[in-house]
Design a binder for this molecule. Sequence first.
Ligand code: ADP
Length: 246
Amino acid sequence: MAVVEADGVTFAYGDTPVVEDVSLAVEPGAFLGLVGPNGSGKTTLLELLVGLHRPDAGSVSLFGEPAHAFADGERVGYVAQDATHAGGRMPVTVREAVRMGRYPHRPFGRFSADDRRAVESALDRVGVRDLADRRVDRLSGGQQQRVAIARTLAAEADLLALDEPTVGVDAESREAFYELLAELNASGLTVILVEHDIGVVTTHATEIACLNRRLFFHGDPDTFVETDALADAYGGDQHVLAHDHP
Ligand code: ADP
């Protein structure tokens, strides 16, 4: 069964659809890079895929259930644009923010040894253990992104959806961040990444979806760079992005 499956999805905020007739399936273990020009509907499609909007036409299923009604929230980690979500603006420490990932597992009960282990292991895997007692809102954007990922790992999510996670993050931290994503993906986590840097996705993702309201391409990165999908989707702007190619 696909992790997420969109079938003929159309969605508008007003009268004009910003996502139109998009069908695509994301299989377990995939690392999908979602690319497209500014305003092409990437964020909206990602939000549709994780059930934050209900399609006007077509359907989205998440783990086989209608996405907008999906209730098993801990299976899906969603990291919205602007990293400052891990602890919000609350004065919580990194460890506390990551512990929040366990709440769905413990709606009433006390934290068990298993919960504590899951939290410590998540802190280790994303390399933020040395920040565990620092306040999340005092960290850099890149560090906050890692905390958000750690929280998803602590929740034992099966799908991680990220929206331009490294905006405002320096080049070196970005590269380390994408290597971390590739590593987590290799260990079984399904990843959907909205990213404006085509080079990043063709390097790290296992499949590419190229959007400009409609879906222009969905397939493997090698085929993507050989087709005209990029030029078609970006119209006259594709040369602007050429420097992003590896
Ligand atoms: P992208 O992520 O590719 O930049 P978005 O999904 O953010 O694209 O936006 C697609 C289109 O929908 C844009 O024209 C944007 O202005 C519009 N849009 C996005 N969010 C809203 C909203 N909440 N209300 C109305 N229009 C929106």
